[in-house]
Structures are given as C-alpha cells and as structure tokens.
Design a binder for this molecule. Structure first.
Ligand code: AMP
Ligand code: GLY
Length: 426
C-alpha cells in the first residue's frame, strides 16, 4: 500500500514510525514531514493545509490511503478534497471536524445530544463576556472559540485575571479563533485523554493516556499543547472508560452522523473525571500530541488496517487493538519561551543517537542544517519516549535520554507521570 501522511509534528513522526513497521506498507510519503520523519520515509514540501497540493501528491504516488495528522488539515477540508478525488482518507471532513474547530459549536452539540459537559456561555463582545462571569464563581475558565493549538484556554483564579483573559482573547491574539469567547464552569477532577476510531458508523476505543497541559512542574505556568504524557493512566478505571464510551463517544458519533457529517477518523475526547462521572472538556478531531507518541509505543497491532477501516472499510471486521502491558511515557523538550514566542534556532545535540529499542526520540519543531546538524524550529521540539514494565522504570529511562540530549535553549518538565506515581504504594 502507498500511504500519504500529512503533518510535521511529533505526533506525525510517531505515526510514521508505527506505519513504517506495517507489513502492508509499500511506500510512505509525508507532507511536509520533518527531519526525523525524513529518516523513515520520503518527505515532500507540501503544507498540511494545501489541499490542492495534497490531492496532487496523493494522485502522483497512487495513494491507497491518506492519514491526516493535525487539526489544521481537518479544518482546511483536506479530507473533503482527498475523498472527492477518490483517495480514502483517515481524518474527518471539515464539517465533522467542527467538533474541534469551534468550541461554541461543540458546546451546543453537547447540549443537543445530552453529553455531560461544563455549564457555559458563548459571548461575542467583551462586555457580554464580563457580564457572563457574574454567573460563574472562581476559578474562571475563559476560552478562545477556535483553534489556538491548545493555548487558547485560561484558568483565572480572580475576576481581574478573567477579565484580562477576555480582553486578550477578543483583542486579536488568536486571530479569527478569538472572535468569540466561551466562559465555562470550572470542573474539579482529574484530566484524561481517550481516543476512539469511527468508520462513519461503527466505533472502537483506541487507547487512553494522561497529558500534562501546564508548562512547568507542579502544574504551574500557562497551558500548552501538552508537555508530556503517560499510558496507561490509572485515572482510566474500567468503569470510567465504559462511562466515556456510552456517555460521550457513542452519542458524539451518532450525533455528528445524524447531522449529515459521518465521522471517519479518530476522535480525541479530553475529559475531566469528576465525582459525577466524566465530563467533556473538549473534543479534538485527531490524535493527541503527545498522547499519540506514547500510544504508538504500546500498540502491538499493525495500525494500518485500523486507519484504512476508518477511511473506507468496516471497523467491525477488526478485532480490538492489542496494547502492550508495558508503561509508556513521553517527555516533551520545548524551546525556551514556549508557549509564548519560542526561541528559534537553538542547537540540538545527541537527539538522533541510538538509545536502544525501548527509547524513541520523536522530532517535532526541528530543522536540519546543511551540515546535517539539528536545530530548534518551533515550540515543542523533541518528544523523548520510553517504555518499560513499570511507569517508574519508563520514566527513569526517558529522563536518562533527556539528560543525554544537549539542547541548551530548551526546557522540559521533570515530573511527568506524577499523579500515577503518587498513587503507587511505597
Ligand atoms: P482545552 O484546550 O479545552 O483542552 O483546555 C486546556 C486545559 O485547561 C485542559 O486540559 C484543562 O486542564 C483546563 N480546562 C479546560 N476547561 C476546563 C474546565 N471547564 N474546568 C477545569 N479545567 C479546564
Ligand atoms: N495534548 C493535547 C492535544 O493534543 O491537544
């Protein structure tokens, strides 16, 4: 099979790593890919939102399957374009992708189909948003409406900080994504990321993990796209997984199909495990980044049949995926300044060393100089992943590799996995 993989982040590097292991693969081409991916497959300089270019590339390589990595491709209508050109596509249409691209759409969708979520108000002016704050109590949750790469959410301890966040969001910081704000009830509980595949009709759970959204240790600092994850995560008891499946996943797929936009791809349910059960924090129309990286290290099944079934087949013909009992962890190394303006061009040494079979370093925001060396070229730069029989051992492995990597302009969290390790006896 010839496969076109769209995207250039750590998530896509992990997908490329896993797809490259498939016995069904003939040729893998990434658009645009990154220097790490270019060691595994062909990388072609076509952007993830260049639908016309992606369709042309898919035709050129005779793609039997296109796999959309990032949300920007989904929102740009890449699945619509590829499918219209006869290329089976893993990744929802732009219409189904509104579950991620508009928080206001998703909140109203949740109301229509009875999905448990935080109480909210959608506001188009700063005046309305500030008035809406009266209906909530601190801490206040203020969200830009559209795509903001995980950085459009502020949890504000005080009214003054909440009002500043409203002004910030509506003041153009997020472009069109900040044309509206959503004010939301603060949910108390533990956060989780669960993934479910859908072929338009049938769905199948596809792993879960716990992310660390804040920039710094001890859950301090601004929200990011995610600074590290681990899987399995003890927050996902069998009971919670079942509740997420029946209360969120299945009604979401049924609802979006009923609205004329059957879902083909992976739905990422970010949820809060509250005392009253799981509540939806947000949907994403793609794999999590860096959740995907940890999941790929644990997935024992060939991923290609699952991707293909979502695009053009029947998931019900496939068994549930097989996951290793091992724990996997991913530690993100980011460029200083992230999630604000990250420092570009920082030298990176040692990231491409051979760390053995249980440590994999995926690349995200990197570029390769003419002399072959790597430099930072983005916010999240490297994803250092490891697997081991226990989370503690996986974490030790990952941090050993982190310390072997020379990235003076980078930073990372040193407490990934703390919630699970705190629970472990002794
Ligand atoms: P989001 O971009 O919607 O995933 O939000 C980023 C992070 O903000 C989440 O991972 C949560 O940690 C936090 N967050 C978002 N919404 C809420 C909420 N209603 N209550 C508490 N925390 C929230
Ligand atoms: N790690 C969270 C996300 O991908 O949005």
């Amino acid at each position: 099979m010839n496969i076109l993989l769209v995207g250039s982040g750590g998530r896509e590097h992990a997908l490329a790593w896993k797809i490259a292991q498939s016995p069904r693969l003939t040729r893998l081409v990434a658009a645009p890919g990154n220097p790490g991916m270019a060691r595994l497959c062909e990388a072609r300089a076509i952007g993830a939102t260049d639908v016309h270019g992606l369709v042309g590339l898919a035709r050129e390589i005779g793609a039997d399957l296109a796999v959309l990595g990032p949300e920007v491709s989904v929102a740009a209508g890449a699945a619509d374009g590829l499918t219209a050109a006869g290329v089976p596509c893993f990744g929802p249409t732009a219409a189904a992708g509104r579950l991620e691209s508009s928080k206001a759409f998703t909140k109203r969708f949740a109301d229509r189909y009875g999905l448990p979520t935080a109480a909210y108000r959608v506001c188009e002016t700063a005046e309305a948003a500030k008035a809406a704050l009266d209906r909530f109590s601190p801490p206040y949750v203020v969200k830009a409406d559209g795509l903001a790469a995980g950085k459009g959410v502020v949890v504000a301890p005080s009214r003054a900080e909440a009002e500043a966040a409203v002004d910030d969001a509506l003041g153009g910081r997020f472009g069109a994504a900040g044309a509206r704000v959503v004010i939301e009830e603060f949910l108390e509980g533990e956060i989780g990321s669960l993934f479910a595949l859908c072929d338009g009709e049938t769905s199948m759970l596809f792993g879960w993990a716990q992310d660390h959204k804040r920039a710094f240790d001890g859950e301090q600092g601004p929200n990011t796209g995610g600074m590290g994850v681990y899987s399995p995560a003890p927050v996902f008891t069998p009971e919670l997984v079942e509740q997420v499946r029946t209360r969120l996943v299945e009604p979401a797929f049924a609802g979006i199909a009923a609205e004329g936009a059957p879902y083909h791809g992976v739905l990422f349910v970010e949820l809060m495990a509250t005392r009253a059960g799981p509540k939806l924090v947000e949907f994403n129309a793609r794999f999590g980044d860096p959740e995907c990286q940890a999941l790929m290290l644990r997935l024992e099944s060939d991923i290609v049949p699952y991707l293909l079934a979502c695009a053009s087949g029947r998931l019900c013909d496939l068994p549930s995926p097989v996951w290793s009992d091992a724990a996997a962890i991913c530690v993100v190394m980011a460029a200083r300044g992230y999630p604000g303006a990250p420092k570009a061009g920082g030298a990176i040494g040692g990231a491409e060393a051979d760390f053995g079979p249980d440590i994999v370093v995926f690349q995200a925001g990197t570029r390769r100089d003419a002399d072959g060396s790597l430099r930072a070229a983005g916010g999240r730069v490297l994803n250092v992943c490891a697997r081991a029989p226990t989370l503690q051992a996986a974490r030790d492995r990952a941090y050993r590799a982190v310390s072997a990597i020379d990235f003076p302009d980078g930073f990372f969290r040193s407490d990934i996995g703390w919630r699970a390790l705190q629970r472990e006896p002794g």
